[in-house]
Design a binder for this molecule. Structure first.
Ligand code: C2E
Ligand code: MG
Ligand code: MG
Ligand code: MG
Length: 289
């Protein structure tokens, strides 16, 4: 009897494992076809100046509308894309799409609207990234000054020469560089001095916390950025209290559900076009859903 139940529980366990492996395999094979089937979409989340609420840019965020499984969030399929190497092709599609949007947003000669694009470490490890970005910029009529590249701290820890070389080239082409989810990786503080980073994005786990010590950490990050001449974007701002705390401590820019979630391309363009010369005031024209 003991043997039997042992066997049953083993089978139960192994069935579980099989299910997740199956899901992964399914995602992998479906992902290969997702681009050509037009199942991928880029949405754009506004970035606003904290003191005035004026829109200054946005972040491109990938969405996958699976025909049977519905919307699949990036946290579920980006890791699969990274493990399989599909992220390179996927990332190229994202870059092309986002640069095209940046060109459209900047079609009139107002203050520039910067579109932030997330790049995976794997894309930097693949050959020809810089060349392919240069080509995309050409094809779409986008300018490097209209694009901010978001990387994670892990990229700066990856001490490969090619990686740092690619980052330097991109920066000298005119792209700005932001560190995403700052403070959640292995803090690479020495790299902040060694490599010219334009922007620190404070991870939302610091912003959305009720722990007083996290408030102190936010202040410390703001102080580091001030000293190094970097700008700061607070991620995941959800409440007026959080915004007030950030304003009081000199944080310039924010992103979060308080202002807007990520919206389809047509909506971000409409928001930007309706906005006054100084940028959109999202308090008055909220696009939350
Ligand atoms: P991320 O780059 O840190 O993007 C911010 C994430 O926080 C987005 O989730 C956004 O929808 C969410 N967010 C924004 N404001 C709030 C808020 O006020 N509250 C809460 N709870 N969440 C908020 P999303 O779109 O699910 O993306 C998750 C992650 O997937 C991104 O984190 C990024 O690391 C990755 N990702 C998304 N698109 C791409 C892409 O095109 N390429 C690559 N390599 N990674 C991507
Ligand atoms: Mg990001
Ligand atoms: Mg982030
Ligand atoms: Mg994040």
């Amino acid at each position: 009897l003991a043997k039997r139940s042992g066997r049953n529980s083993f089978r139960f366990y192994s069935k579980d494992l099989t299910a997740s492996a199956e899901e992964r395999m399914r995602l992998e094979s479906d992902l290969r076809r997702a681009i050509e089937r037009g199942e991928l979409e880029l949405h754009y989340q506004p970035k606003v100046l904290l003191d005035s609420g004026a829109m200054v840019g946005c972040e491109a965020l990938l969405r996958w509308r699976h025909p049977e499984m519905g919307m699949i969030p990036p946290v579920r399929f980006i890791p699969v894309a990274e493990d399989t190497g599909l992220i390179v092709e996927l990332g190229r599609w994202v870059l092309h799409e986002a640069c095209q949007t940046a060109a459209e947003l900047n079609a009139d000669s107002r203050s520039p609207h910067k579109v932030a694009i997330n790049l995976s470490v794997k894309q930097f490890q693949s050959a020809g990234l810089v060349k392919s970005i240069a080509q995309i910029i050409d094809e779409t009529g986008c300018r490097a000054e209209w694009v901010e590249i978001e990387i994670t701290e892990s990229l700066l820890l990856d001490q490969k020469d090619e990686t740092l070389q690619a980052l330097s080239e991109l920066r000298s082409m005119g792209f700005s560089i932001a560190i995403d989810d700052f403070g959640t990786g292995y803090s690479a503080l020495n790299y902040l001095a060694r490599f010219p980073i334009d922007t620190l994005k404070i991870d939302r786990s610091f912003i959305n916390s009720t722990d007083r010590r996290n408030e102190e950490l936010v202040k410390a990050i703001l102080s580091i950025a001030r000293c190094l001449g970097q700008s700061v974007v607070a991620e995941g701002v959800e409440t007026a209290e959080q915004a007030a705390f950030l304003v009081a401590n000199g944080c310039g820019t924010a992103q979060g559900f308080l202002y807007s979630k990520a919206v389809p391309k047509a909506d971000i363009i409409a928001l930007w076009l309706r906005s006054p010369e100084s940028g959109a005031n999202l308090e008055e024209m909220r696009f939350c859903g």
